[in-house]
Design a protein around this ligand. Sequence first.
Ligand code: BG6
Length: 369
Amino acid sequence: EKGGFASFMDKEIHDQPHAVADTLLGRTDAAGRLVLDDLRIDESVLRSVDKIVVIACGTAAYAGHVAKYAIEHWCRIPVEVELAHEFRYRDPVVGPRTLVVAISQSGETMDTLMAVRHAREQGAKVLAICNTHGSTIPRESDAVLYTHAGPEIAVASTKAFLSQITATYLLGLYLAQLRGNKFPDEIRDILEQLRQMPDKIQQVLDRADHVRATARDMAGTSSVLFLGRHVGFPVALEGALKLKELAYIHAEGFAAGELKHGPIALIEEGQAVFVVVPSPRGRDSLHSKVISNIQEIRARGARTLVIAEDGDDDVLPYADEVFFVPQCPTLLSPLLATVPLQVFACELATARGLDVDQPRNLAKSVTVE
Ligand code: BG6
């Protein structure tokens, strides 16, 4: 059932083009307008939403971090992202015009479920983004948008993450369509770009030998840092989480802009640092700022492992290794940049002789608070 792969994790990483394609499937009508049939939430309610709060745990929360950038840009609705267990024990300011989006692969995470109940008690509408039909969180929510990643067996999340990001994009574009924030042509355009992402994810997988060789080479490493900016920031956090979960290596993700405010003190000879570089075709200042960060850490002896867009030659002078990914719009880039980091963690843990499907101390779905 592992389909010829050494682990479920490896199989699920390779399932990602399908997970994203299937999550996009059947969600537009003949005229190219988004139709989210399973949403079961009144359009007038969605039109009146004045704040979105995403609640989730672990990898699912990082999908929420990515969503914030896209939804705020497309819909001009403020989006907060909060760990479910923190939200639950605050006195959050939510009300009938707040849309709470609960993201959960399993639909059974107790922390997230309790936060859903807490939100509904305050009068908020809750929309679940979930991968498991009939699970508790969608049953207790006002509405549900299912991800179609298929069953995820490995404890550490991979394909569910990319499909969660995809689902939040659909939600953002749907809200933009309903509220008239974007012209229909623009929405159709972004959807078309989204439909090209499964092929591009496949290209990243087809080129993954270099990442695997680097991971094997680094099997003895004791600490890896991850830097990213804009949507690359949650990608960095997810890359660090994967490495902790699978390889039991100290790993930390930072916003690249934060480097000079503290983390740069950690840089010493041989410290491995992954850097997720924004597209040079996006906001130019961001690209050059991250290139400067790479320069700064390299000058202090860091081993720089760079994820950059095809054609971005600016990274070459400062990178020990470069993992190129295909070009795509900046907001969609987490669907590509995450993949080498997943492959890296999986391969490095395997090289250390660890069970990547069942990491120590972790459970696939944590059903206690
Ligand atoms: C953790 C899992 O315990 O729960 C993570 O190990 C997962 O992989 C997190 O991201 C949240 O789980 P779920 O099912 O709510 O998405």
